[in-house]
Structure formats: C-alpha cells, structure tokens
Design a protein around this ligand. Sequence first.
Ligand code: FES
Length: 107
Amino acid sequence: MIDITFIQPDGSQKTVAAKAGHTIMETAQAHGIDGVIAECGGSMACATCHVFLDDIALTAAGPASDSEDDMLEFAATPRADNSRLSCQVTVTDALNGAQITIPETQF
Ligand code: FES
C-alpha cells in the first residue's frame, strides 16, 4: 500500500491508496482530487498538473528533467523549489506517506 495525502490550498486533506507505476497526476484524477487539471493528459504541454512535493516525495521523485523544468515556468501559481509537474512523477513505494500540496490555481 502506498498512501499519498493531497492537501488543498484551504488545508483540507485526503489520503488515497496509490498504485505503483501510475503518476501522481493519474492518482489524483483516479481519486477525484480537485485542482489537478492535467489539461494535456500528461504530455508535459500544459503545466496544469503543477503540485508542491514534501521532502518524502522530493526524495522519491528525483530531479525534474530539463523539459519539465522549462514547463514549470508556465505554471499559473508561481513555482517554488519543491514544484513538480505531477504527470512526470511516477508512484513508487518510496512515495508512501508523502504529502502533495495543490496550488491555488492552475489557470
Ligand atoms: S498534464 Fe499537462 S503538463 Fe502535466
């Protein structure tokens, strides 16, 4: 079991059981998490799947690719050091217990 907690901008939280091999974006959408729009469907062309990772998730995810890093510049909510595109982070056992924060807006 890989438990991931999504935190909304208002502080409300929902913990879901994620499946290894899915992305964080797919996990959020499969569980009805608001605020992960993912307009491009995961092809790294929209930045509407922007999220903020906690330390567990950052360690598990590893560094962003140059392409992801470039796309994060287009995120509606200004990026931070812990910003990632959730469609580019694959769920592994190392993500168990991670907290993913949704930005204020994706548009
Ligand atoms: S879903 Fe579009 S960049 Fe992630």
